[in-house]
Design a protein around this ligand. Structure first.
Ligand code: THU
Length: 133
């Protein structure tokens, strides 16, 4: 099954409702579509020790890997901020582990969108090939 961009964004929006973000109060949801069509969602999970916060994108990716998915096609991100919230550097690197050929759509609460790709977000990424992986 292939989710459309709108369906993937809807999954990201639904995931954001699960956010645990008592400190920033920002809700973020990510929906990652695997090459086989499955969709894995994640939300941000904050911590009283702020630096331990896990972003929605990494939550989605770890969930996918746990379920055996390692090839991804597209990613939708939704955040409860007026403007689209681009993925942080850590999440870009984390996702690049699985290849840069990932379409990314990012939506803000006011409906504005950024359509890009992981390759654009993280050009010349360091990845498994560089370390013989
Ligand atoms: N956040 C994400 O979930 N993804 C990102 O790529 C950027 C930041 C979350 C982490 C924290 O809970 C809140 O947004 C503010 O940084």
């Amino acid at each position: 099954m292939t989710e459309s961009k709108e369906e993937l964004l809807a999954a990201a929006r639904a995931a954001a409702e699960k956010a645990y973000s008592p400190y920033s109060k920002i809700r973020v949801g990510a929906a990652l579509q695997a090459a086989d069509g499955r969709v894995f969602a994640g939300c941000n999970v904050e911590n009283a020790s702020y630096g331990l916060t896990i972003c929605a994108e990494r939550a989605a990716a770890t969930r996918a890997v746990m379920d055996g998915a390692r090839e991804f096609r597209s990613l939708a991100i939704w955040a409860s901020l007026d403007e689209p919230l681009p993925p942080c550097g850590a999440c870009r690197q984390f996702l690049a582990e699985f290849g840069g050929d990932l379409a990314v759509v990012i939506e803000g609460a006011k409906g504005g969108r950024i359509e890009t790709s992981l390759g654009e977000l993280l050009p010349q990424a360091m990845g498994p090939d560089h370390i013989g992986g």
